[in-house]
Design a protein around this ligand. Structure first.
Ligand SMILES: O=C([O-])C(=O)C[C@H](O)[C@@H](O)C(=O)[O-]
Ligand SMILES: [Mg+2]
Length: 422
């Protein structure tokens, strides 16, 4: 038997990168998105990478976990979970925007474990000479398909220069954005982030997308901005237009009421957000598609277990995404490639990072898909200069917690986050 490979030390580096003014049901993205890069250094000098949220309360918990990992065998993922659970304790650290649904101690713990688990898998890959996809069960596809993620947005943050995508505040703006995104990345399905304008305006945008892209499967996600009644009405009016309707209304009970009448499947990354949510969701038939997200489901191996549960209960499966960089994209690609029942194209914010990355060799999109790397581990390499620059941006930007609502309130003082709003 080969000797265990122990963790020598762990670093967690908070970083920031420019984020366009994207609107959602919580408000608007701030000028900087926060992330944290985890580097797990093994005793043989190899380094595993992970990426996660960079909000201050989360960073504090990451620090506690990082301090507890010395000597852990990089193959001992159960040991990782035990150590992190002991270091973190029972803590519930919700995010302010609420775009990933309710928080709990179990979900908080899963969020803290995740980047370390990805980094250990990266290390396992380096130790064995195998890509992470092989450690997750082997590849069932060579390319992972993504959907183009469309947002209502301002042309620029107030006082700043417009970004490359410009303004999108009506159906024509959304169609124009979709054209640019499809042209540049080749996406073959499209998701509109809704919950920003009154439902009829968003239905009009979906109709305009259908007219401009007759072959692209479409999705609409208002992040729980609608009542049950509004959701049922919108579902009826978008019959035949959407491959799924994502999180129209809050909660498993409300979603079940909508699902009973909606002509299309309902998807969620807001009401099934941890394993404990699944029994009720299945019993009520609240959702037909689960959007996993390794950042809050506890990492890649736990997300693969979620996929098995979805298959058992006949649930569709895809992946949720919020602002992320290339380490997370690589992790999503390996997971997507190892998941037989990935039934829909995966979400990604990659176009919205406008080229920023911490990697020397970010994975590229071709025909809307990303080829699964063959190199050992995640198959990506950190760019230490980029990391240092983005850490300096973190120190200088002054943002310590994502707050879409507070930022919008600066420009629209009466703005309130309401779920449901309509
Ligand atoms: O429900 C979703 O798809 C998201 O929450 C995705 C992103 O978080 C997005 O809404 C955002 O960041 O504004
Ligand atoms: Mg969603």
């Amino acid at each position: 038997m080969t000797a265990a490979l122990g963790v020598a030390r762990v670093t967690v580096t908070p970083i920031a990168f420019p984020d366009p003014p994207l609107l959602n049901s919580a408000g608007i993205h701030q000028p900087w998105a926060l992330r944290a890069v985890v580097q797990v250094h093994a005793a043989d000098g190899s380094v595993g990478l992970g990426e996660t949220y960079g909000d201050a309360p989360h960073l504090e918990l990451l620090g506690r976990a990082a301090a507890a990992l010395r000597g852990l065998d990089v193959f001992d993922l159960n040991g990782l979970r035990e150590r992190v659970a002991a270091a973190v304790g029972v803590v519930d650290a919700p995010d302010r925007h609420g775009l990933t649904g309710p928080s709990s101690a179990a979900k908080t713990l899963a969020r803290v474990v995740s980047p370390f688990e990805v980094a250990l898998l990266d290390l396992q890959g380096h130790a064995t000479g195998r890509p992470v996809v092989d450690l997750l069960g082997g590849r069932v596809r060579d390319r992972v398909p993504f959907s183009g993620y469309l947002f209502y947005k301002w042309a620029a943050h107030p006082g700043a220069e417009p970004d490359a995508y410009g303004e999108a505040l009506d159906p024509a703006g959304i169609v124009d954005q979709a054209r640019r995104m499809v042209q540049r990345y080749g996406f073959r399905s499209l998701k509109l982030k809704g919950g920003v304008f009154a439902p009829d305006e968003e239905i009009a945008a979906v109709r305009a997308l259908r007219a401009a892209f007759p072959e692209h499967p479409l999705r609409l996600d208002p992040n729980c901005a609608w009542t049950v009644e509004t959701s049922i009405r919108v579902a009826a009016e978008t019959d035949g237009l959407l491959e799924y309707l994502e999180d129209p209304t809050p909660g498993l009970a409300g979603m079940a009421e909508v699902a009973a009448k909606a002509p299309m499947p309902l998807a969620t990354n807001m009401c099934v957000v941890e394993f404990g949510d699944l029994p009720e969701a299945v019993a009520r038939d609240s959702v037909q598609v689960v959007l996993s997200d390794h950042h809050y489901w506890g990492g890649l191996t736990e997300s693969a277990r979620l996929a098995t549960i979805c298959r058992t209960w006949g649930l569709g499966l895809s992946m949720h995404s919020n602002s992320h960089l290339g380490i997370s994209l690589a992790a999503m690609v390996h997971l997507g490639a190892a998941t037989p029942n990935l039934t829909y194209d995966v979400d990604t914010h990659t176009p919205w990072q406008l080229g920023a990355d911490v990697l020397a060799d970010p994975l590229a999109f071709d025909g809307g898909a990303v080829a699964v790397p063959d190199a050992p581990g995640l198959g990506v390499t950190l760019d230490p200069d980029a990391l240092a620059r983005m850490h300096a941006d973190y120190l200088a930007c002054g943002i310590r917690e994502r707050d879409d609502t507070g930022y919008l309130r600066r420009f629209q003082p009466g703005y309130e986050k309401k779920r449901p709003r309509w």
